[in-house]
Design a protein around this ligand. Sequence first.
Ligand code: PEP
Ligand code: MN
Length: 269
Amino acid sequence: MNASSSTLKIVAKTNILNGGPLPTVIAGPCSAETEAQMLQTALELKKDHRVSIFRAGIWKPRTRPGLFEGVGKVGLEWLTTVKQETGMLTAVEVANTQHVEEALQHGVDILWVGARTTVNPFSVQEIADALQGVDIPVLVKNPVNPDIQLWLGALERLNRAGITDLGLIHRGFSTPNNKPYRNHPKWQTIQEIRNLAPGIPLLCDPSHIAGRRDLLETVSQQALHLGVDGLMIETHINPDVALSDASQQVTPAGLDKLLTALDLETERV
Ligand code: PEP
Ligand code: MN
């Protein structure tokens, strides 16, 4: 047993994906932009029984300043409308105490920690502290860099704060040569993380791996062949005018086509 696995004590109940069909499909825009954009996207997605969770970025961690950084708190009100109108569960990215508090105040169902946050133990600890005593599912994306220990560390910090409903999302790593991807998928990581965090559901985010629509099917297919428990796919009512990640988002109709091509119902391995 190596040092990492001998110190890992994750007490998980992992209900995060219960209640919906497997693989779980999380869909919705990279960013919440307007109430109409959110609602139109969600109402279209709702028609597809395979989508059970609606995602939207409210606070956007942009690599460079000066780009769209999210609508902030008002987007949480739109998310509440989405939930009321569609009955879908809602999920947002949180990166600090303020995000956690506002998301909880607005009844968000699922939180996720983004790649730029998983990379920083101070930030993860801040989120964990803000979640002390709160019973909410949290999904943890892999860190930007290919460091599995950071990923596990984030899981542990949340677990030590009492979060037991945990999941992992592989969204690819930033490597010296990502081509043709935006972030390089490391499929062997899937087996590695499964062994180190047994029983924790593992999802794949093909959107941030691919960075472009035309690679989504191949990436999703590879992940499903490895038996991932779900997919998180960015979906926008009008991707070409999206304020972030325009080239990787698909319309709800595009998602429907993608999921059908993947033959999701029989894909489980
Ligand atoms: C996102 O999901 O929109 C996002 C910012 O993803 P990541 O943290 O994987 O870059
Ligand atoms: Mn995005």
